[in-house]
Design a protein around this ligand. Structure first.
Ligand code: CMP
Length: 138
C-alpha cells in the first residue's frame, strides 16, 4: 500500500552542497515529497530524536553532529516507503553502501552518513510528527 517514511538530509550533506542532488535521487527513486523544510535541531531536539540510542557509545557524538548545522527534513510517500527508502539510502556505513545509493554517493563516514531513513512505519509517523504540524503534511 502507499505509505510514508521520514528523512533528514544531515548537516554534513547540507554543508557540502548536496541538498539538490539528494532530493533529485529521492524523487527519481519514485518518492513523492509531502512535507519539506530546512531547519536546525537544538542539542535538546537531537537528544530527544535519538533517545533510542542514548545508551550507545556514539550518542554524544551523534547529538553534537546532528545539531551542528542546518538539516533538511522531509516526509516521503511511496508504495512500501520505509523499506524502499532504506534500499535507496544504502548501508549505515558508507564503506558497505551499494553502488547507486545516496550514502555511496555522499556519506563520508558511519557517523556523518548524509541521510536518515526511518526504520519502521511506526517510527516514520513519530519522526514525521516531531518535525511537521498536520497542516504541513500534504
Ligand atoms: P541513522 O541510522 O540515521 O541513525 C542513527 C545514527 O547513528 C546513524 O544514522 C549514524 O549517523 C550514527 N551511528 C551509527 N553507528 C555509529 C557509529 N558506530 N559511530 C558513530 N555514529 C554512528
Amino acid at each position: 500500500a502507499t505509505n510514508r517514511t521520514f528523512t533528514m538530509i544531515k548537516p554534513d550533506a547540507v554543508q557540502n552542497g548536496h541538498i539538490g542532488n539528494i532530493l533529485a535521487m529521492i524523487t527519481n527513486g519514485g518518492f513523492k515529497i509531502v512535507s519539506l523544510k530546512l531547519t536546525q535541531l537544538t542539542v535538546a531536539d537531537a537528544q530527544e530524536f535519538y533517545a533510542v540510542h542514548a545508551a550507545r557509545p556514539f550518542y554524544g557524538e551523534l547529538v553534537e553532529f546532528m545539531s551542528r548545522g542546518p538539516i533538511v527534513a522531509a516526509i516521503l510517500e511511496k508504495d512500501n516507503a520505509v523499506e524502499d527508502f532504506r534500499t535507496l539510502i544504502g548501508a549505515t556505513n558508507p564503506a558497505e553502501a551499494a553502488e547507486g545509493t545516496i550514502r555511496k554517493a555522499y556519506a563520508t563516514s558511519i557517523g556523518e552518513n548524509a541521510v536518515h531513513g526511518s526504520d519502521s512505519d511506526e517510527n516514520a509517523a513519530i519522526e514525521g510528527a516531531f518535525h511537521f504540524a498536520g497542516r504541513e503534511q500534504f
